[in-house]
Each structure stands twice: as structure tokens, then as C-alpha cells.
Write a protein that binds this ligand. Structure first.
Ligand SMILES: Cc1cc2nc3c(=O)[nH]c(=O)nc-3n(C[C@H](O)[C@H](O)[C@H](O)COP(=O)(O)OP(=O)(O)OC[C@H]3O[C@@H](n4cnc5c(N)ncnc54)[C@H](O)[C@@H]3O)c2cc1C
Length: 434
């Protein structure tokens, strides 16, 4: 067995590893009678891609473009292709992803299975909204195509289905036309949460992409970023380059504490001098700032970190966010990566899909052991009281009661889970429920 890691490095697991190739006709059987889970690039913060003691199916060798209609922008790729590879292929042809998460190191299968969303959720919804068809390979060698009109119940279960309905072998989806790789951007500083909500008010109608970095140490100041694809062909159609920096190994985890986080957040907030700035930025810097530094998660050291992503209804969001920041400060837990975004009402076809209208907070806390878990208990409590939903794709600590309450579709979904498939996440979230 080999150590297998997700992005947050929690929990630590060991699994049997089997590689899936494009020529594969059938699913390999799980080692030692255990279970299977597909594994893309392991960019999940949660334990959805982990299967401690079982088998993980590495999909990266299935990464071919199978078909591309340059007129309509409909593309079909194998599920192990990464968004990084797809962008290199489509951008020079004047097309872009319909929506993208904050990293391009995600496979197509992973993007569908976690039904990822991006800065344009208020306009475009989730990735699953743009999928036209996909193929599913289940144990017993059942292979079939699903779409909104063909095997539509399997389609709904697989989008946001956390890899549990079977192996996705290929995905067909719609791209978005672009004239240039540049984004016309605006950055606006806000001093507190009230100002954040004021800026949101006017922004969504004018901008396709919106997101805010928030300083949780000061309980709510931050920088709001908004942008539209450039309307002219300025900058051409040159795709992104390689990752210019690599974070060194062996960074001591104690170096990341509430004092260093406070200093980082102060510097980050102060780097923009004026209250509002505007400019032109390549999509790589706008959508994927963290991808500029390879292995940046090493900043958290071997203990890794925990992420919470929560979506709060608009009417309870302000108070709940204030309370979360207050509890984090009380427990001496700072965060330098905390993101706020207003989600829109475009419905995903996914049965288990997480995004819904409201305000989402995604926040990473360094793993400080019991102190961090105590903070998460409080976040789950605050969220439940405020009518929140938690993202199972980014979670490692949610208790089954919280999952059952906030994801009522889990019962209907469980009928679609392949009997040969399981994951750390599924076993933990359904413990005592099934
Ligand atoms: C820096 C960073 C920023 C991010 N920003 C965002 C964001 O803005 N929005 C967002 O929604 N997410 C975001 N994420 C999370 C990331 O987009 C998702 O976790 C994504 O699903 C990871 O894809 P992956 O290929 O690495 O899949 P993995 O992490 O390997 O697996 C994820 C899930 O997909 C399943 N899976 C993978 N391949 C297949 C397949 N072929 N068939 C069936 N199931 C499969 C796995 O079993 C697992 O359940 C971010 C992650 C990072 C590291």
C-alpha cells in the first residue's frame, strides 16, 4: 500500500493504487476484496478522493481530447484530462472553460464529481450546468452514456456524486467563446462586512466574475475583485505558461501562527493603496493566483490544514460570518486564505451539488490539532443555526448528523452508489445513517 494525499493532507491514508488507461475495457477489481474510488489530481480539500485501506483508481493516463467542434465549442475529453491541459488546447482557438475553480490542476472527472464552481457562479452556475453528456463505467462492467435526457437520473447522481456512482470515462461539455486572454479587472477595498455587502449589490449585474479576499483576523475587511473578459483582441490568445516558483520543502509549521498570519494579512490588504483600482490582467493571474507557486500548500507543513466551505442564506450571513470570525479569534486561529462570494440562483443538475443562492465563505485553517477541531465544531453549530449548507467535497470533519440535516438528498443519492465504490468521506458522513 502507498500513502495517498488530498490537497489539505488530512487525513493521512494508505491505499492500493491502480492506474486506469484509455484502453481500459473494464474496471480493475479492488485489491483484497476492498472498495474502489477514482482519484484525479487529489486537489480536493476534503477526503472524497481518499480510500484508506482500499484501492484508488488513478485516472491521469486517460487524458485525450476525443472530439472538438470548433464552431459550437462543444468538446469531449477523457475524464483524466486536467483543466490545465484543456486550456492549453482550447485557448489558442478562442475558447475558455465555462467556469473554473481557483486552480487549473483539476481533472475533468474531479470537476464533475465535485461539481465545482468559480467566480462566475452568479451567471454560469456550476461546471455540471455545462456538461452535455458523460460516460459512466460501473462495477460488473456496465458502461453507459448519461445526459439531461438519457439516463438522466444517473446524470444527476454523478454530477456532484463524489466519485461514488462509478468511474466517469469521458465528459462532453460546452466551452465559452473569448476574444482575448485578458480580463478587465477592478479591485475595491472594503473596511468591514457591511461594506462587502454594499459592493456586492451593484457588482453582479455588471461583472461576470466576482470574488473577495477577506481578512478574518480583523473580522471582515478585505479586497473585492471583479472582472470581465476583454471585449477586444488585446493580448491575443496566448495560454498560460509554466508555474514560475516552487515552494521549498521543510517549511516549519510553527512559522504559521496568528502573528505571522496577522502580518501577512496586513501586508496583503495594504498592497493596494487606493480604495479602487482597475487594469488588464491575464486569466492566469486573475483565476489562478495560487497556481503561480507550485506546492504552495507546503506553507502549512506536514500537519496540513482544514478547509470549511459554507453557504449562508443572505439574511443570516452577516451575523453568522461575524460569529465565525469571533470564534476563530477566541481560539487563536488565524487564516490567510479566506474567500467570500455571493452565489447565484442558476440551478445545478446535480442531486448532491453544494452551491445554492447565498453567500459562501471558504476558509483554510492550519491544523493545530484539537484546537482546530474545536473551532470546526463551533462553525458547524453556527452554520446549522443560520440555515447553512457545508461543502462535502471540501470537508474532512463534518459529523453525520450535520450531513444528514444539510444534505437531505443523501438518501435518494445512496441508491446510485456503486456497491464496489466507497471513500473515507462516504464512510464518515454516513456512519450510523445507512
Ligand atoms: C488552490 C485550489 C483552489 C480551488 N478552488 C476551487 C473553487 O474555486 N471552486 C471549487 O468548486 N473547488 C475548488 N477547489 C477544489 C477542486 O476544484 C476540487 O476538489 C476538484 O474536484 C479536484 O479535482 P481533482 O481532479 O483533483 O479530483 P480529486 O481531488 O482527485 O477527486 C475529487 C472527487 O472526484 C472524484 N473523481 C475524480 N475523477 C473521477 C472520475 N474519472 N470518475 C468519477 N469520479 C472521479 C473522486 O473520486 C473524488 O470524489 C480548489 C482546490 C484547490 C487546490
Amino acid at each position: 500500500m502507498n500513502a495517498v494525499e488530498n490537497f489539505s493532507r488530512n487525513p493521512k491514508t494508505k491505499s492500493w493504487i491502480k492506474h486506469i488507461y484509455w484502453s481500459c475495457e473494464s474496471l480493475p477489481s479492488p485489491a483484497e476484496g476492498g472498495t474502489l474510488i477514482p482519484f484525479g489530481l487529489g486537489s480536493s480539500f476534503g477526503d472524497v478522493c481518499l480510500n484508506d485501506g482500499g484501492t484508488v483508481l488513478i485516472t491521469r493516463s486517460m487524458n485525450r481530447v476525443l472530439n472538438f467542434d470548433e464552431e459550437s465549442g462543444i468538446i469531449r475529453c477523457e475524464a483524466g484530462a486536467s483543466l490545465d491541459e484543456i486550456l492549453r488546447f482550447v485557448v489558442p482557438r478562442g475558447w475558455f472553460l465555462p467556469t473554473t475553480p481557483g486552480t487549473r490542476f483539476v481533472t475533468l472527472g474531479g470537476a464533475v464529481a465535485n461539481d465545482v464552481h468559480g467566480k462566475n457562479h452568479h451567471r454560469a452556475g456550476t461546471f455540471g450546468c455545462h456538461v452535455t453528456r458523460l460516460e459512466l463505467l460501473r462495477s460488473g462492467n456496465r458502461r453507459f452514456v448519461c445526459s439531461p435526457v438519457e439516463n438522466s437520473d444517473w446524470f444527476a447522481a454523478t454530477i456532484g456524486g463524489m466519485g461514488l456512482t462509478g468511474l466517469i470515462t469521458w465528459v462532453e461539455f460546452r466551452l465559452r467563446r473569448i476574444r482575448s486572454t485578458m480580463i478587465e479587472t477592478e479591485s475595491i477595498k472594503f473596511r468591514n462586512l457591511d461594506e462587502f455587502f454594499d459592493v456586492c449589490e451593484g457588482s453582479d449585474a455588471k461583472f461576470e466574475h466576482t470574488v473577495a479576499w477577506v481578512d478574518c483576523v480583523t473580522r471582515g475587511r478585505g479586497i473585492y475583485m471583479q472582472g470581465n473578459y476583454a471585449d477586444s483582441d488585446t493580448g491575443g490568445l496566448k495560454p498560460h505558461g509554466e508555474q514560475p516558483f516552487n515552494f521549498p520543502r521543510g517549511f516549519p509549521s510553527f512559522a504559521l501562527n496568528r502573528f505571522s498570519i496577522r502580518v501577512f494579512n496586513q501586508l496583503y490588504y495594504s498592497r493596494q493603496l487606493r480604495q479602487k483600482t482597475s487594469g488588464l490582467q491575464h486569466y492566469a493571474g486573475f483565476f489562478y493566483p495560487q497556481d503561480a507557486v507550485k506546492n504552495w500548500r507546503r506553507v502549512y507543513g506536514t500537519p496540513g490544514f482544514y478547509e470549511a466551505q459554507i453557504v449562508l442564506p443572505l439574511d443570516s450571513a452577516r451575523d453568522a460570518l461575524r460569529e465565525i470570525f469571533k470564534q476563530a479569534a477566541k481560539l487563536g486561529q488565524g487564516a490567510f486564505l479566506a474567500v467570500l462570494k455571493k452565489l447565484g440562483s442558476v440551478r445545478s443538475p446535480g442531486l448532491m451539488s453544494f452551491p445554492r443562492p447565498g453567500v459562501t465563505l471558504g476558509i483554510d485553517f492550519p491544523n493545530k490539532g484539537p484546537r482546530t477541531r474545536q473551532l470546526f465544531d463551533k462553525i458547524f453549530r453556527i452554520g446549522l443555526d443560520a440555515g447553512a449548507i457545508f461543502n462535502p467535497g471540501k470537508d474532512v470533519l463534518m459529523p453525520p448528523e450535520c450531513f444528514a440535516k444539510t444534505c437531505p438528498n443523501w438518501k435518494a443519492f445512496s441508491a446510485f452508489v456503486d456497491p464496489a465504490f466507497s471513500s473515507n468521506s462516504w464512510r464518515r458522513l454516513t456512519k450510523g445513517l445507512l
